[in-house]
Design a protein around this ligand. Structure first.
Ligand code: SF4
Length: 477
């Protein structure tokens, strides 16, 4: 269904995570990849004496943008139009896809080339284009792997992180006519085959579609950062360029870009500088695309903006540092989240974009260890937003939901000393058949989930208050 952050009917996180955990190959691929990138990131970040100041600048800039989003978006529209571009506004995924498809159809094309874009994954643009008879060719290597295998991305930056090179070789042998019979799983040879396959598409494409990392309100300049040069080809060779951008990506001035061009590469690919940074402003006669369209997408972002705690999720620059340090993501991978935004950022962004009915289990997909907030280059307080959303999920549930009833009963017991002490005495009696050597290893019924992975300390024979009263009996209170 277009208009969905999820790609299809998806099991809730706890169910999907269990399936992912049973896949040992997946866990090995993920563990190896996230471990390597974590170490590299830490090394390049430690080289920067002003890293904390940069993070603070990034946070402050993003928050200013959110406070004055209406102003900066109108300024951006005017700047792009002044530079010869066209601006379209899309309330939701369907509207966005319709605008892009209409533009492609109006140029009579049956295929378009694409730069990797999470925003178009979010709107399911490729599927919508296919319905209009247009095939979208993904030109980022990892995204091409995902497309050829009819898979969905499992990482923001490395969409095929769950695939190893033997699997990719097998895929290329099966799907690409350019793959020679003696193709090995050497990464360089695999890349050369993909390069040959894509080059023909670049040379013949009349229309390209990209996302955007940033757009500058002051000048109308749009920026795409990438590592392979495919983005540069897409944004320079075709006659028409269509860029789909979430409304939160706008920056006030040209100078602000420098902060993010330092924060992003070190946090994402652990590089000091991004290999390809493409910037364009409207159209330039006889140079690059001669027709430029910028589609500004809301798709739930205004709702997120209305949440005073959760709105900081819109500060995200999609670096994926939080995924690479997350112990939950490292074990389950991205598919378990059922969203194009996996990991810690997905656990907060997806419920706000899609609503709690559809993504209400995601705020619980975290141990709240806080590693994500420590690495986030724009200082998003992910654990705080997770707790905030968990509160909303609890409020959202029926008043008779078992968890809610239990918590209300516990609150009454904890608020009354006599009730609390009576509960302790009852608990000591009730635990008698379960406690062994000072611990309870298995609780009965629905409570069994608590002890499935840990022991519960048994209640002691005497509480501190009882001990105190016994020793001080007869003394004045
Ligand atoms: S939440 Fe922060 S660390 Fe995670 S992807 Fe976004 S910017 Fe990067």
């Amino acid at each position: 269904m277009a208009g969905s952050v999820e790609h299809a009917e998806h099991a809730p996180f706890p169910v999907a995570a269990r399936t992912a955990l049973a896949d040992t190959q997946l866990r090995r691929n993920l563990g190896r990849a996230t471990h390597a990138i974590r170490i590299k990131r830490a090394a390049v970040v430690s080289e920067m004496p002003d890293w904390e100041a940069l993070r603070e600048a990034g946070r402050a800039l993003k928050e200013r943008v959110l406070r004055h989003l209406d102003h900066y978006l109108v300024e951006l529209e005017q700047s792009v139009q002044r530079a010869g571009g066209n601006v379209h506004w899309a309330r939701d995924a369907d509207e966005c896809n319709r605008i892009v498809a209409d533009l492609a159809v109006s140029h009579g094309v049956t295929d378009v080339v694409k730069v990797k874009s999470l925003t178009t994954e979010e709107t399911e643009l490729n599927e919508a284009l296919a319905q209009r008879g247009i095939s979208a060719v993904e030109t980022d290597l990892a995204q091409l792997i995902i497309q050829l295998s009819h898979d969905t991305p499992s990482h923001i930056l490395v969409p095929a992180i769950h695939r190893n090179r033997a699997e990719i070789r097998e895929l290329f042998m099966r799907t690409l006519q350019e793959a020679p019979a003696d193709l090995s799983d050497d990464p360089r040879r695999l890349a050369m085959v993909a390069r040959e396959h894509l080059r023909r598409r670049f040379m013949s494409a009349k229309v390209a579609i990209s996302g955007a990392n940033f757009a500058v309100a002051q000048t109308g300049t749009v920026a795409v950062v990438e590592s392979e040069g495919n983005g540069r080809m897409c944004t320079t060779l075709p006659h028409v360029l269509i860029t789909v951008m979430g409304i939160e990506k706008v920056l006030p001035t040209w100078q602000d870009v420098e902060v993010f061009l330092q924060l992003l590469p070190r946090s994402s690919t652990a590089e000091r500088m991004n290999p390809y940074t493409s910037l364009w402003t409207g159209v330039t006669a006889f140079d690059g695309p001669q027709e430029f369209h910028l589609v500004l997408l809301d798709n739930g972002r205004s709702n997120a903006l209305a949440d005073p705690v959760g709105r900081q999720a819109l500060n995200c620059i999609r670096c994926s540092a939080c995924l690479n340090v997350c112990p939950v993501y490292e074990r389950t991978g991205g598919h378990a989240y059922g969203s194009v935004y996996p990991g810690p950022i997905g656990a907060i962004l997806t419920p706000m974009l899609k609503g709690l009915d559809e993504a209400g289990t995601l705020p619980f997909a975290s141990s709240l260890c806080g590693a994500c907030a420590e690495v986030c280059p724009v200082k998003i307080e992910i654990p705080r937003v997770l707790v905030h959303l968990r509160h909303q999920v609890a409020e959202h549930k029926s008043r008779r939901a078992p968890e809610r009833v239990t918590m209300q009963a516990l609150a009454r017991v904890f608020a009354d000393r006599r009730l609390y002490e009576a509960a302790q005495r009852s608990g000591r009696v009730a635990q008698w058949p379960l406690a062994r050597s000072g611990k309870i290893t298995r609780l009965p019924g629905a409570l069994g989930g608590w002890t499935s992975a840990r022991d519960l300390p048994a209640l002691p024979a005497q509480t501190f208050r009882e001990w105190w009263r016994e020793r001080h009996r007869g003394e004045p209170a």
